[in-house]
Design a protein around this ligand. Structure first.
Ligand SMILES: O=C(O)C(=O)CO
Length: 323
């Protein structure tokens, strides 16, 4: 018996363990589970003999899921599901490791270890494509255009207006917004139409959340909102993670209810790398950097300092939160 080790091309991860699957994190105390959840994820395609499992469990270096049977190979459909996002894969000779499987696994996959001396079940050509982009394909990495689109702004303030101003040159057809009440002065700057929350959901091709997080807006972007959005729509959140019900967003993205999401903010921050949202190829997550330019951060610090000095002098602040 020989365990081959082949370097692969990309990176990603996921979780859950249905029938016939065993997870070594199950049954462990919560704190241990949390610590383990940051370990590289491995999927083992067969109930391999105990020595190998023991080495992996005792290494403390990985968490793994296993097809818990030696009698029947893991069904292909289950395999394609289970490899999503794994960092490494242990396979046996019954599993075809080809482009479809590598695509299903995603870019996290770094190591493939086969419990066999033969390697005819491995598509070496595919495995050799280390880090490459592959050939140009007609619909490869295509997205939706801003041109002729309707952009919806949830919570129209200075940020919503600034976003719309930046988007205008991309030939957006229409800006719509919703808020607790119409904001005609701000709306007139970007020619935006006031709509209901339902209309915002159903009409927006791109829905961008710009509201503050308050008790009223917590989880406001939830199943109800996503279920009314088009399945070609993109959801963007640069406000606060708490305005989004993340489990509902995960459902909406993974079921194809909406086309994609771009999140600059999450709950918690940073979002643990084991979070299911990271496993999706239609969700882009950034570490709260929407304002991360030297000039913006300097302007923010200057404003904070000037507000403080004015406050100390008992004078009206430049920007004051009305309590
Ligand atoms: O100013 C804020 O509230 C931020 O989120 C920084 O980008």
């Amino acid at each position: 018996m020989w365990c081959g080790r082949v370097a692969l091309r990309r990176l990603q991860r996921i979780a859950v363990a249905p029938l016939n699957s065993l997870s070594i994190t199950g049954g462990l105390p919560g704190a241990v589970q949390r610590e383990m959840s940051s370990l590289p994820r491995v999927y083992i395609t067969r109930q391999i003999p105990p020595e190998g499992l023991k080495i992996l469990s005792e290494s403390g270096q990985v968490q793994f899921d296993l097809w818990d049977s030696d009698d029947v190979p893991v069904p292909r459909k289950e395999l394609l599901q289970k490899v999503k996002g794994v960092d490494a894969l242990v396979c046996v000779l019954t599993e075809k490791i080809d482009a479809e499987l590598l695509d299903a696994a995603g870019p996290n996959l770094r190591v493939l270890s086969t419990m066999s001396v033969g390697f005819d079940h491995l598509s070496l050509e595919e495995l050799k494509k280390s880090g490459g982009w592959g050939t140009w394909r007609t619909l490869w990495l295509c997205g939706y255009e801003l041109a002729n689109s309707t952009v919806g702004i949830l919570g129209l303030g200075r940020i919503g207006v600034a976003i719309a101003e930046r988007l205008k040159p991309f030939k957006v057809k229409k800006f719509i917004y919703t808020d607790v009440a119409p904001r005609p002065e701000l709306a007139s700057l970007i020619n935006a139409e006031y709509v209901s929350m339902d209309e915002l959901a159903s009409q927006s091709d791109f829905l961008t959340v710009c509201c503050a997080l308050t008790p009223e807006t917590k989880d406001i972007c939830n199943k109800d909102l996503f279920s009314k959005m088009k399945n070609t729509s993109i959801f963007i959140n640069t406000s606060r993670g708490g305005v989004v019900h993340q489990e509902d967003l995960y459902e909406a993205l993974s079921s194809g209810q909406i086309a994609g999401a771009g999140l600059d903010v999450t709950v918690p921050e940073p979002l643990p790398i084991s979070h299911p949202l990271f496993t999706l190829n239609n969700c882009v997550i950034l570490p709260h950097i929407a304002s991360a330019s030297y000039s913006t951060r300097n302007a923010m610090s200057a404003l904070a300092a000037n507000n403080l000095l004015l406050g100390l002098k008992g004078q009206p602040m430049i920007k004051e939160l009305k309590l």
